[in-house]
Design a protein around this ligand. Sequence first.
Ligand SMILES: [Mn+2]
Length: 327
Amino acid sequence: MSRARALELVRGGRRFLVTCHIRPDADALGSALGFASILRALGKEAWVYSEGGVPGTVTFLDGAADVVGTVPEGTFDATFVMDAAAAELVPKLPPTARTGPLVIVDHHSAADGFGDVIVREVDAVATGEVVLRLMDDLGLREVPRQGAQPIYAAIVADTGGFRYAGTNPTTHRLAAMLLERGVDPWSVAANLFERWAPARMSLLGEVLRAMRIEAEGRLAIVSVDRSMLVRTGASDEMIEGMVNYGRMLEGVEIAALVWMPETGSDVKVSLRSAGRADVARLAIALGGGGHRSAAGASMALSIEAAEARVCREARAMLAELPVAVRR
Ligand SMILES: [Mn+2]
């Protein structure tokens, strides 16, 4: 029913603001760019806003050059926020008198109830898939050319390249449809998963060296302090995805990465499951949220205290999870 209200807002409105969670990844910004292209194809005016601009990791998305880093002047009939599971991830916005109702478009199961209208469809592999459902409901038969590559990137990113458990026949049908619209799959994959800056590879070396195995080989945990970033010349956004390396170890059920961002004093924790542990539940126990296989939290603790707490909670969760005979 929330989808019906969102569709009403689109049909009845003329000028929209489209944004996404702060520090956007490819699903967040890709969904925003894709949705904006759909609005434009329907004859609406759409602005894509990303607080603080576009991170280097997602500048390859078609249309990223037109994204604004501050909210444009004038009033909007509604503001759409892509892929945001919690209020603290929603960018700063002017008063609602100017930006209209706040519509959250998302697919996270662990989420708060923030937003005036919530389109949260947890069976979608990516927010990009929810955007395509909205497009269908709005009666648009084809994805606009400008929106195909960002939405394809959203789906590829959130399924880990069609590998994660949620990947299903529909995922591949949507991908096929987007490729038929002219998307170059290698270019998207290379931008998402490769093309690393040398500093990022150096940081990965440090991360692998610092990784510890706990809980009888079932937990891989690593803390990344500022000195590792300074030594390697890596930026914060380069940490993205490094938690996955712990998950690659045979026998590991939970991988955790604890790090201190340059701005803000809260320690960030990224969590990944090899498939059996529910890290969304672990994240909630740490004050965060996310998906069953990928989740995170912010903790107002020192990096050492946060790591100890993650270890403790993860051990408790693993104690309830029988040891796998064979994965
Ligand atoms: Mn997502």
